[in-house]
Ligand binder design. Structure first.
Ligand code: UD1
Length: 483
């Protein structure tokens, strides 16, 4: 058990003794839990960060020699050698999946502030007919891949201290969406204290620090600290298929992507797509000294984002959709010794805090604190070898980020319907469309029935009919549901 005197000394050494201001008001349990919270903080590291990221702003200048990155063309492109590579990669990927060397990993620790949904984002009903929660949609995809290959594909889910209990309860209440509980592992991401402009750590209330998640880059250390990496090693998993909780179109297990990563001995790979417009809120894949970097949309100078090539295309056109393959050995290497080698980013935010004089909670109207986060894509330049694979937006990316407008539930539902309608049309099923060519029915297909256009084409009865205005659902055994 941590001792008060030791902690007091540490706090004094680091100029944070104000944190004990309300010590005498705490009961014994509260005191114990507060001591544990304080003991978990590496105050030496925090001092360095306060100096570099709070008292000063870290250098965000963009390297002079920034070059556009150059992804491998997507499925269906007319580049024959790339398509031959895809075919080879598909075979390799399928082998690796069948050998049990692949795990799925979703980062679901975000706070979903922009969406305004109470509760973990993964529990959001997000499909057009059945209104499946995002977690169910991913669970079905991963199970479908596992069933196809008669193998276990374990699923790792990173939560945050705020949404962990609710996330796990959701899985228990829903029988783990068909997974065996031993093959789903939840772990919490780390947190960092919020710091005011004077470099003081803020209290949320007496005996509680104002903590916030340490960013999705925190997943690397969280994988190590939680034992997830050891669990993967025990199971023989070598490749981690990483995706975000907010994108219902993701292909959670993609043989071509996995195969390319493995064939090129990559340590970390990423999917890219052509940006919708120069300032789209996605990271930009760039190259510096031959290494792939992601320059976040907020850091990319507008002039560079708008630069065009002689044929009128955006020069920096490859956007990040936060889908990666990480080699387990690479994550082990990056987190050796418990500290992660990713850089920290600062964000100025409004953080509720306890006023030390009045003892009241203050809800600031302006940003009052610095939050520190790591981003997983900062691991790309640390990799010796990376693969960048272009994909198609209509096939793989329609995130739910905002309550309305672009990247909202409404736009994502439309994009899901469009994709499933296109798969059915490619298979020879006729789809009702309105005068503008838009799909005139709500359409959904269970990933357990078919998880790609090709799989669907091999199975579906081409004579099924879908009427305008229908809610059409093709269930796990091909049964037709909806209304
Ligand atoms: C993110 C990427 C951006 C990419 C875009 C694609 C960042 C900084 N930017 O933008 O480059 O183009 O997605 O959709 O990530 N999460 C955690 N823990 C955290 C923070 C986030 O698990 O501490 C998870 C969220 O649950 C979510 C994902 O990370 O699944 C993305 O987080 P978010 O903050 O929404 O990123 P974006 O700004 O949308």
């Amino acid at each position: 058990m941590p001792e008060l005197n030791d902690i007091r000394k540490t706090l004094e050494q680091h100029g944070q003794e104000h944190l004990l201001s309300f010590w005498d008001d705490l009961n014994e349990d509260q005191q114990q839990s507060f001591l544990q919270q304080l003991e978990a903080i590496d105050f030496d590291e925090l001092d360095e960060l306060i100096e570099s990221h709070v008292r000063h702003e870290p250098d965000k200048s963009i390297p002079d020699d920034l070059q556009p990155a150059d992804p491998i063309p997507p499925v269906g492109s007319d580049d024959e050698s790339a398509m031959a590579l895809h075919e080879q990669a598909r075979k390799k990927g399928l082998e690796l999946i069948a050998e049990g060397k692949v795990a799925a990993f979703v980062v679901a620790g975000g706070q979903g502030t922009r969406l305004g949904y109470e509760g973990p984002k993964g529990c959001l009903p997000a499909t057009p007919v059945v209104q499946k929660p995002l977690f169910r949609l991913f669970a079905e995809q991963i199970r479908a891949a596992a069933l196809r290959h008669r193998v276990t594909i374990p699923w790792y889910i990173m939560t945050s201290p705020t949404n962990d209990t609710a996330t796990q309860a959701h899985f228990r209440q829903n029988d783990f969406w068909g997974f065996s509980p031993k093959d789903v592992m939840f772990f919490r991401q780390g947190t960092m204290p919020a710091i005011d402009r004077d470099g003081k750590v803020l209290l949320a209330r007496p005996g509680r620090l104002a903590l916030s998640p340490d960013g999705h880059g925190g997943c690397l250390t969280a994988m190590r600290n939680s034992g997830a990496l050891d669990d993967m090693a025990r199971r023989g998993v070598e490749y981690i298929s990483y995706f975000q909780v907010d994108n219902p179109l993701v292909h959670a297990i993609d043989p071509v992507f996995i195969g390319l990563h493995a064939m090129q001995n990559a340590q970390m790979s990423a999917k890219a797509l052509p940006k919708r417009e120069p300032m789209e809120k996605v990271g930009n894949f760039c190259k510096v000294d031959g290494k792939v970097h992601v320059i976040e949309y907020s850091d990319m100078p507008e002039e560079l984002a708008r630069q065009c090539t002689s044929d009128g295309r955006l020069r920096f056109n490859a956007g990040s959709i936060a889908i990666h393959i990480l080699s387990r050995s690479f994550v082990e290497q990056l987190t050796e010794g418990g500290r992660c080698r990713l850089p920290w980013h600062r964000a100025e935010k409004k953080v509720n805090f306890l006023d030390l004089q009045s003892g009241q909670t203050v809800q600031p109207t302006e940003p009052n604190a610095v939050k520190l986060e790591m981003f997983v894509f900062d691991a790309m330049p640390l990799a010796d070898q990376t693969v960048l694979l272009e994909t198609r937006r209509t096939e793989e990316f329609s995130p739910i980020k905002n309550a309305e407008g672009p990247d909202s539930l409404t736009t994502s539902l439309h994009d899901q319907v469009r994709r499933w309608a296109r798969w059915l049309e490619q298979a020879g099923v006729s789809i009702p469309r309105d005068a503008d060519g838009q799909v005139a029915a709500a359409i959904e297909i269970s990933p357990l029935y078919a998880d790609s256009a090709d799989e669907l084409a091999n199975k579906v009865d081409k004579s099924i009919s879908i009427s305008p205005g229908q809610n059409f659902y093709l269930g796990s055994r091909g049964q037709i549901g909806g209304s």
